[in-house]
Design a protein around this ligand. Structure first.
Ligand SMILES: Nc1nc2c(c(=O)[nH]1)N(C=O)[C@@H](CNc1ccc(C(=O)N[C@@H](CCC(=O)O)C(=O)O)cc1)CN2
Ligand SMILES: Nc1ncnc2c1ncn2[C@@H]1O[C@H](COP(=O)(O)OP(=O)(O)OP(=O)(O)O)[C@@H](O)[C@H]1O
Length: 198
């Protein structure tokens, strides 16, 4: 390895570059025609995963979309069990999850997210996970807070959870840089359908 290779072999340095490329690829997918149909198909794949896992009545976490994320609302609305969304408690902390309903009062939370103004704190059994990029092994890249890694690590240490990434197909990459703390997805839902990782 030459000295000039070293910085790019550091996964944290690589992630910053992949994040820039992935944000542009997702934005292009978001702006392309037929977004509505692609979002509907991706959300349908989430619902299919929940049904296949026998978790139709379980607590499901969605999210309030930001930037060019796939809007998970159709999957949240279709769910028969309780639905919650993530709330940032602080830097370096796992996410908390607050009950969400269609008519819940929402307020601006930390890191640009919209969160419920009130409501019960729930432990999700199924999580719809937002992302910038995902790879063939089920690893994902988010905005760099490490929030989902900490959260999934904590939840998995405590019991089973099903983590379903929701993305446009254009967000796929052969590989994303991986650190020891990265928590892989169990499945990915896109407009091309559902894919389980083994
Ligand atoms: N819709 C949605 N809600 C979510 C998440 C998410 O990814 N999507 N989160 C998932 O964690 C949490 C919010 N996490 C966030 C973490 C960082 C940034 C952010 O703006 N980061 C800067 C880079 C900061 C840096 O490099 O230090 C950026 O992207 O410009 C935004 C949200 C909770 N709610
Ligand atoms: N469980 C953990 N314990 C301690 N540090 C962690 C943990 N998970 C992640 N981190 C740290 O947080 C940093 C950011 O994580 P990473 O780049 O994976 O975020 P991300 O997956 O893009 O963001 P997010 O999960 O919020 O969408 C990592 O460099 C890592 O050092």
């Amino acid at each position: 390895m030459t000295d000039s290779d070293k910085p790019t072999r550091n996964p944290i340095t690589q992630k910053a570059e992949v994040r820039r490329q992935a944000a542009a690829a997702r934005q292009a997918a978001f702006e392309a025609p037929d977004r509505g149909a692609r979002v509907a198909a991706a959300c349908h794949a989430v619902t299919e995963a929940v049904r296949a896992a026998g978790l139709t009545q379980a607590v499901l976490s969605g999210y309030m979309p930001m930037r060019s994320e796939v809007d998970p609302l159709p999957a949240m609305a279709a769910h028969r069990g309780p639905v919650c969304v993530p709330v940032v408690q602080g830097k370096g902390q796992p996410l908390a999850f607050r009950r969400w309903t269609h008519d819940a009062a929402m307020v601006a939370g930390a890191f640009g997210a919209t969160v419920p103004a009130a409501g019960d704190w729930l432990r999700p059994r199924v999580l719809i996970v937002p992302l910038l990029a995902f790879d063939a092994q089920g690893y994902r890249l988010g905005y760099g807070g490490g929030f989902y890694d900490r959260t999934l690590g904590g939840l998995r240490a405590d019991g089973a959870v099903l983590a379903i990434g929701l993305a446009f197909a254009a967000q796929a990459r052969a590989e994303v840089p991986v650190e020891a703390t990265d928590q892989p997805l169990d499945a990915i839902a896109t407009e091309d359908g559902l894919r389980w990782f083994t």
